[in-house]
Design a binder for this molecule. Structure first.
Ligand code: SAH
Length: 349
């Protein structure tokens, strides 16, 4: 039986040097490859300072994340790029590249699917297949880096999956990309988005890394939250907010609350008032998102007027609030939609 190829993106530089030495290559060769990988070049054949026979031996022994871009859509409206990747076991995930005035930001997936079951989400009905490895998370950002050839300064883990349901790999990934000899991305420019797994929020606060925390709140109280997010039945609204306050106290970072406005579910002025009362005095920011309609669910976007009114109530209470700009609306850039539609097209759902 053929042994499974090792993934170089799973390894530290020290591990790579060991693996290279076992194949009879000197340490500096591992350093050369390491440099290529973190500049976005994942194809051994393109590593021009390596001898040809060495490239072949490396290809026979290692993979670099094992991702293949199977589809790439570029928005004609704003240049947002959506990537569909096939993993080495045939599963598919997606990532998005967005351009802001402060530079490029990538939104990455952390799992194949998700088991959190939020009723408005495109990934929920498909369930969880498995966690992504560190190599597969790195593979997404490095492939995108290779595609654009420009620095990526911001990373958000807001693609498919629940990052805190894959805690160890996510943490190792964030630590890796922060290193000066890899992507040198500051923790302050990384964001982890969670549906609210309270114990992991508290663990994350203690890791000593000032990463931004984004919490998918989507409701002003337990009653409404429990209707759309099963995780709310496990941890109460209060427990969640308390954990977020603790997070901001320990890390000194402002917590962002994501609030997808769903017509006639959570978008009344009354809801905004309750929300404002709950968040008053905490170091927070509310990001309002007109919900993306997902086929097969019966949720509709709130009207522009309702969103404006909701925002106004929060502003009156001095809660920092923005309405999320919709990027890439012509390329299914919203989380999970491309994977979902591809699986449907391929008859896998
Ligand atoms: N599991 C994590 C991160 C992935 S989901 C989390 O829950 O935060 C990324 C974000 O998209 C979350 O805020 C999620 O609630 C939101 N989302 C999911 N489906 C959506 C939809 N149909 N419209 C708007 N936002 C949605």
């Amino acid at each position: 039986m053929k042994t499974k190829k090792l993934d170089l993106l799973e390894m530290s530089l020290e591990d790579m040097i060991k693996a290279f030495e076992e194949l009879g290559f000197e340490a500096y060769r591992a350093r050369q490859v390491y440099k290529w990988l973190y500049s976005g070049q994942l194809d051994f054949e393109e590593m021009s300072n390596l001898p040809k026979d060495m490239r072949k031996i490396l290809t026979d022994n290692f993979i670099n994340g094992g991702l293949t871009v199977t589809n790439r859509l570029v928005s004609k409206i704003d240049g947002t790029r959506k990537y569909l990747f096939e993993l080495s076991d045939g599963n598919i995930i997606e990532s998005v590249l967005m351009k802001y005035h402060y530079g490029y930001s990538v939104c990455l997936s952390t799992q194949v699917g998700c088991r959190m079951g939020c009723t408005f989400c495109a990934s929920a009905p498909l369930g969880l297949v498995r966690n992504l490895t560190v190599g597969e998370m790195l593979g997404q950002i490095l492939s995108i880096l290779n595609d654009i050839g420009e620095r990526i300064g911001h990373v958000v883990l807001m693609g498919i999956g629940e990052p805190f349901d894959n805690y160890d790999n996510v943490l190792a990934f964030l630590r890796r990309i922060s290193r000066e000899d890899t992507l040198n991305i500051s923790y302050r420019k990384m964001t982890v988005s969670t549906c609210g797994i309270v114990p992991r929020i508290l663990d994350f606060a203690d890791e000593g890394i000032p990463v931004n925390l984004s919490v998918s709140l989507h409701a002003p109280n337990d009653g409404i939250r429990q209707q759309t997010m099963p995780v709310a039945r496990r941890w109460s609204f209060d427990e969640l907010i308390q954990a977020c306050i603790k997070y901001s106290e320990i890390t000194s970072r402002r917590v962002t609350y994501e609030y997808a406005l769903i017509k006639n579910v959570n978008d009344a002025k009354e809801h905004a008032k309750i929300l404002a009362d709950r968040l008053k005095g905490t170091l927070c920011h509310v990001n309002l998102i007109p919900v993306n309609t997902v086929e097969g669910t019966n949720f509709d976007k709130s009207s522009k007027q309702r969103i404006k009114e909701f925002k106004h109530v929060l502003e009156k209470s001095k809660i920092p609030v923005t309405v999320r700009r919709e990027l890439g609306s012509d390329i299914m850039a919203a989380c999970g939609q491309l994977r979902r539609n591809t699986l449907i097209d391929n008859g896998k759902v």
